[in-house]
Design a protein around this ligand. Structure first.
Ligand SMILES: *[C@@H]1O[C@H](CO)[C@@H](O)[C@H](O)[C@H]1NC(C)=O
Ligand SMILES: *[C@@H]1O[C@H](CO)[C@@H](O)[C@H](O)[C@H]1NC(C)=O
Ligand SMILES: *[C@@H]1O[C@H](CO)[C@@H](O)[C@H](O)[C@H]1NC(C)=O
Ligand SMILES: *[C@@H]1O[C@H](CO)[C@@H](O)[C@H](O)[C@H]1NC(C)=O
Length: 345
């Protein structure tokens, strides 16, 4: 009795859920087919440089520059909740997307843009915290390599793990120093698992440093002298002229750093200048797919070394404007023939 009733109930549930879900499924698969047609047409006009930025202040600065011209008939495609914009910058065909904050968003969007579109390389850009006291807010860094500082083994006090590259002993940061035991113990920095087309399938390489594309970094050397903005507005200017610096190191993790002690730990352990939440994810995903990639990050704050409140809200827009300038200049000097059969402008 009970089992027949249960079977009937199950049948009812299955029928109702099929009724509810099938029209929705039809819409979504229709939408997907339509997107595929548009993407095919867009790719027919390719190839493109993929531009990936992170969040609205960076996007606003990029579009405020005015160099981006939308494609006349296919200005964008929406995929996985993001808008991929098709256009040109200084006659270079580009597909621009804002991935959203954090490494999951960054990696997902990078894989998606490489899979869906005809992309010859990725230019990733945004703002970042600064851990290097020889650099200043407003400067733009084009690093040669990145470390993912989000991979940790959380250990007992004085614990060890042979695969750890470095350790952070939490008790060393007690204030006053040396008082009591710190039960959080130590965390050991563990290396990234890098998969690549050139490696054995399913066999990741353990790496600390992910490198941006050497030829593009060399080309970026030509941008060292470009004039960057020094003022937020008529009453607030930086004390020195911002500069572009090529070839330093950056760090990425799913943590916004606003802490002087942790900033100094990262600088001293990894010799990193910029601290952000996406670059190494875009970099590693690009490299896994054998795509050329460069990262351009403008310094917006001191990652916790400042007195008082983090100045990202004051200097973020300036850092984003300078970043956009450098991105656009880089696209200008990038030697790629990009000619649409359609006239644009
Ligand atoms: C950890 O090591 C330090 C120095 O080697 C020692 O003073 C301390 O007692 C150790 N702590 C624990 C919990 O083992
Ligand atoms: C990046 O370059 C370093 C040398 O600076 C090298 O040791 C490392 O293996 C490179 N990383 C990858 C993933 O190829
Ligand atoms: C910090 O920045 C200065 C100025 O750009 C640079 O010369 C130096 O190499 C950087 N430090 C590290 C550890 O990269
Ligand atoms: C300039 O920007 C600062 C920081 O956002 C703000 O406090 C100040 O009022 C602005 N000044 C003018 C003239 O807009």
């Amino acid at each position: 009795m009970a089992s027949t009733f249960m079977r009937l109930l199950l049948l009812l549930v299955v029928t109702i859920s099929a009724l509810i879900s099938s029209p929705a499924f039809a819409i979504s698969s229709n939408k997907r087919r339509k997107s595929t047609n548009i993407i095919n047409q867009i790719n027919h006009n390719g190839p493109y440089i993929g531009l990936i930025t992170v969040y609205p202040p960076e996007e606003n600065a990029f579009f405020a520059n005015g160099a981006f011209k939308s494609h006349p008939t296919h200005p964008f495609v929406d995929l996985a909740g993001r808008r991929f914009r098709v256009g040109k910058v200084h006659n270079k065909k580009v597909i621009y997307v804002r991935c959203g904050v954090g490494m999951v968003n960054a990696a997902a969007v990078t894989q998606q843009i490489l899979d869906m579109f005809d992309i010859t390389g990725i230019v990733h850009f945004g703002i970042a915290g600064n851990a290097n006291s020889s650099m200043s807010i407003g400067d733009v860094t084009i690093p040669k390599q990145f470390v993912d500082t989000g991979l940790w083994d959380w250990l007992k006090p004085n614990g060890t793990d042979p695969s750890d590259f470095a350790h952070l002993d939490i008790g060393n940061y007690n204030d006053p120093k040396g008082e009591g035991n710190n039960l959080l113990g130590r965390i050991g920095y563990s290396t990234e698992y890098f998969y690549s087309e050139s490696g054995e399938p399913n066999t990741p390489q353990r790496v600390v440093w992910l490198n941006t594309t050497h030829q593009w970094l060399k080309l970026a050397g030509n941008l060292e002298g470009i004039k960057l903005d020094q003022c937020v507005n008529s009453s607030l200017c930086l004390s020195q002229q911002p500069k572009v610096v090529i070839g330093l190191r950056g760090s990425t993790a799913n943590a916004f750093v606003d802490n002087a002690a942790y900033r100094d730990f990262l600088y001293n352990t990894f010799q990193v200048t910029s601290l952000d939440m996406e670059s190494s994810a875009v970099l590693m995903t690009s490299l896994s797919n054998s795509s050329p990639v460069i990262v351009i990050r403008g310094l917006s704050d001191l990652a916790g070394a400042q007195e008082g409140k983090n100045p990202i809200h004051v200097f973020g827009p300036l850092a984003a404007t300078n970043t956009a300038k450098v991105v656009i200049e880089f696209l200008k000097i990038l030697p790629i023939e990009h000619n649409w059969p359609l006239t644009i402008e």
